[in-house]
Design a protein around this ligand. Sequence first.
Ligand SMILES: Nc1ncnc2c1ncn2[C@@H]1O[C@H](COP(=O)(O)OP(=O)(O)OP(=O)(O)O)[C@@H](O)[C@H]1O
Length: 324
Amino acid sequence: MNNMVVLQIRNLNVYYNTLISWVKVLSDVNLDVEKGEIVGVVGESGSGKSTLGHAISRILPPNARIQGDIIVDGVNLAKLKDSELQKYRGTWVFMIFQNPLNSLNPVKKVGSQLLEAVKIRYQREGKKAEEESLMRDVIEVLKDLRLPDPYSIIDRYPHQLSGGQVQRIVISMALLLKPKLLIADEPTSALDVTIQAQVVNLFKQLNKEINTSILFITHDISLAYVVSDRIVVMYAGRIMEDGKVEEVLKSPMHPYTQGLVASIPSGDKNQKLTAIPGNPPSFFALPTGCKFSNRCSKVFDICRKKEPSIIEKNGRKIRCWLYE
Ligand SMILES: Nc1ncnc2c1ncn2[C@@H]1O[C@H](COP(=O)(O)OP(=O)(O)OP(=O)(O)O)[C@@H](O)[C@H]1O
């Protein structure tokens, strides 16, 4: 395996058992994330972004079934039994949610949760240290993140902090755990606009300081542009396009990506914002052929009959008959 690749997803399918039937929500997902890379995963609501994050973190609900391989630093997490997962949780993959309270234990003080995180890392690295010196690590990180009065913060419960503070605590937990892969699922959506920019900068800082690879999930392609090195566009549970962020934004290849890019406000008051017509399809009634064909302005015969496979073209991956 290439040492630079932290995450390798191969032929991943995820199904949910619903009241009506089993439904396939992720189809043929193949994705590599390199060490230190920030990959933005974008797509409209319901495209399967969170399902992808939950599958990698192995926190899918009990009605989900998973096929394929999810290899993080050589360990195939998809094949581990629940009992074997504990060792890898948080340190191999750490997930940050839209509601940061979901990443914390509501009945434990912030300080003891952060202390646990640093202990886990020391254990992983085979190091020993006194509790006092571990607590100093915790305080250092909180100071680095410019949390005012860290000594009083560690003595509080998560619900006693503001949304922005809790998200910083969760990010400091990641700094203490130093996971190989961090998955952030809409981590700024629940925050004030002013706090959002600060939190985005913290992610970038985290990525630089500890070289953690980040999968940054968002419906907001302009946010993905600011944060990411690479961008992966999802639609109906499939990857439609995958490439370097500047290239994808400058010259989107897939008509769906073109639609997403055209909907980004440029700040020019004469700009005509165009939304993609129609809505994403239900997983129970996906179009035959390309799943975007019923909304696509460039649709032609074959698109409605056969689904294109994902191919590599000019250093970009693309799933569209226009390029086959
Ligand atoms: N536990 C579940 N059981 C059945 N279906 C589910 C379950 N969780 C998600 N789904 C369905 O899977 C599809 C993909 O959802 P998912 O949350 O992964 O998409 P998303 O792109 O993250 O959307 P959003 O941005 O709205 O969270 C949706 O149709 C959703 O209704």
